[in-house]
Ligand binder design. Sequence first.
Ligand code: UDX
Length: 490
Amino acid sequence: ASVGGSGTQEENGAKTHILAVPFQAEGHIKSMLQCAISLASMGVAVTFIYPARFHSLARKRSLLPSPEHPSMKAYSSLRFEVADDGLPLEEEQSLTAELLHMSIPIFQKSVSLILDRLLFEEGHALSATLPPISCILSDAVVSWTRQLADTASLPVVPLWTSTATSYSMSAHSPLLIFYEHLPVKEELWLEGKKWMLEAPLVECIPGLSPFPVTDLPTEFCKAETLSDPSLEFLAAACENGKEAPCILVNSVYELECQVFDALRSEGYAVEAVGPFLRHRISQNSDHESLQWLNKQPVSSVIYIALGTVCHLSTSEMHALALGLEACGHRFLWVIRQDEASAANSELLPDGFYARTVAGGRGCIMTWVPQEEVLHHTSVGAFFSHCGWNSILESIWEGIPIVACPIAMEQRSNAKYIVEHWKIGVELKRHLDGSFSKEAVEEALLQVMVSESYRKEAGRIKCIIRHAIQEGGSSHSNLIRFQKLLHSFRL
Ligand code: UDX
């Protein structure tokens, strides 16, 4: 099915047309979609591949950017194609790494058929409205697009949806193997927090200060052998990085300048082009969560959300609930449908709901329009798993963070919050990796009470907002990318 992209070629004014291929996980799709919208707003025509599960969720929730959403109509040069991904359409079902890996060949086949149709069958009809596709913009972790692009004689530009730091960690996996940091020694991983104190330091990655090996993305840390599919998956994403004409990164040069400089001097054409938050896409100003926030005092509410895939254990959920209750502040807590349905009736401690939510002090929802929530004046702090989208959305609004990294590259993201930008604290964990109610209470109180985190968050907010304005670093890099796109047509 294809949607959108109305108007003649003159009306659209688009000089170039790209195919945007995201990875099938929500956090990745959102970044790519925001990038596509930014490019469309600059006059680039974009055909965006919408993976079927996300497309269906978007329609059901009417919160996520759906191709049919009126806000999308503003971008006449943005059109959508829905591709099969073989993933379950039910919101109740969690997306596991296994499901995602299984879905890759289905998605690949579907995208390949769509590209063939666009290039050959429909190419002629489309050319009345849009120029021919001249480039594939691919999520960097979707490495099979290289083959697709080669067959169609198109260039491919990767988009890395997280930090340059995590890109660099993945790109340097051969070096990590050479220095025997990978695979991570089992005993370091299994002893919980102890590994953080005793883990060997990685000192071989240019542009990164020495860091414990356990700060690597968890796919790396947990890989038992070098042929572990998760490790191979990430390494493959950066394998031919030096050959790419340009690697777009959803980050800001000023936030990670040493890493960007080091990568560039090694031959990776990385360009910081984020954040893509100027054009808000999850519009739903009537949502119940926002109506509830309207009734709360300024900066009084702690917002809690763990992105779209990560979970806490039942005991961690209890510690979080009790810590929240003990800190005495109001809260808005997202407990996703898949978390709620996977858990039993003991998901929350006895009487917690009655003491807090029923009493009006808290609100629990299965989904909220997060960008609008963070924009709301009643929100004072964000308890986050440190997914990169969530961090960008929080600093975009100058909101301090309690960092509770769980998986993937979230540990290194949390370091930026605590050590580099000083806009929040990290939740303290026990030696076995668990955390207590007291630790939650302490972290929440620190961030809600201290003015210094809010002040620093305001400073970082200015930096990233400046970056996307005319003359700002990300804006200039996007313009350069647009020129590169023009050169692909010649
Ligand atoms: C995943 C990884 O976990 C993360 O480490 C990586 O940086 C990106 O891919 P995810 O866990 O989904 O992402 O987290 P995050 O990157 O924060 O993205 C979640 C997105 O869902 C955010 O854009 C957020 O605004 C949105 N969201 C989440 C909502 O709009 N409403 C909600 O209720 C919860």
